[in-house]
Write a protein of this length. Sequence first.
Length: 476
Amino acid sequence: MEGKGAWESLNSKAKEVAEIIYSVGKSTPIRIITHIDADGLCAGGLIAKALRKLKIPFHLSSVKFLSKELISEITSEEYGLFIFLDLGAGYLKEIREALNSEKRVLVLDHHPPVKGSYSGFYLLNPFNEGIDGSHEISGAGIAYLVYRHLIGRDDESLIMAITGALGDQQASEAGFTGINSLLVGLAEKLGVLEVKKDLRLFGGPDYPLVPALQRTYDLNLLGLFQEAKEAVNLLERLKIPLKVGDRAIRLSDLTIEQKRDLFNEIVKQIASRGESGLSALTNLYGEVYLAISEPIGSPTRELSGFSTLLNACGRMGRPDLGIALAMGFRGTVLESALQTLSNYRRVLAEALSKIMEGERTRKEKGVLFLLGGEEIRDTLIGTLTSILSRSKFSKDFFMVIGLAKSGSLVKVSARLTEAGVRVGINLDSLMRRSCVRVGGIGGGHRHAAGGYIPEGEEERFIETILECLGEPKVLE
């Protein structure tokens, strides 16, 4: 990103988008389509919250993917304005073909846009401003730039932009870069965010310690602390009390020595899981992002855990809960979301256990294929490929590619390993080329991408992937 000039350019265009939304919304309801992952739900929640504040009626849907048929179906509805959030940049041709002169469309997406004409609709995309949307701003970040102009100020909803970026894993060990870094600084200046180094447990340092251990994503996937009694036994063994006064003990209550002992014991348990524990070790300590406006002890206070909660809602078929949480609703919505998270953790752990035993994997010339078929949900295949790409299970491969049945199609999800990043593979280009050649559609970011292919074309797709790996623009 070219400093604050890129921010100013993108922010100026976000203001134009806000003006379009406000102008159209005065006379007609608005249609919103967003993605089901944490970033998409944050983006959808932000725009929905702004429209609710402005008393502009809207209809929001969260979708797993776009297709020519779905775009045509949506844009045939009786709305004056259609807004695509966290998706659409890879489907510009299909969107343009579905439009008529009476329809207005906004595409607010941080994924690399396909080349071509954007006439007939408004595309707000960081890549067009020289900003790397894969790392420097998320879909929720784009949505927040529009949100702030719609309501006329910055406020605590800025937290959702940071949550979306965490959900898309845009923070490195050194923290955020680009516009994400500017948004973090702005949130700290507003007094709505605290950033500190600590153990990265679900809910953050002020969340009850036993459920924090139970709900920490990486630990749970390794089979650790799946039951409360396992966490209780660990604390008792370390002579850490379960309560402080009348309330459950929190990480923030521990002395430096107790925290060190807890850290060392968790490391031992991770190490006992062998090669599959690499990701959990890497993520165990680092920067923690805390929403000051959320109550102490709330599972929505620590933003990485909040993004996991949102992602669980989207992946388990309850994006409505995620949108409501992103809009600021709590109470029974939060209770239902936490139950959904429990189900999500269980399903993921079961699937990962089978994969680690060698079931449903295929190894071909530097690519580890995960063949989910009908046994693994299409909404979970991306999460599983991400986990595997960061584990030693994939250390001898350049990438992990997962396939799972999705209705009459097959969902494809691809992630680079560290080795793949080093050799310069561009997954966006690889997925676009490989999916199209077997009659599908694909794309995404350099390090993470996906697509959909016709059912029955899995074998040809695998062959095509291996053929495309040596082509220009795939290796850069």
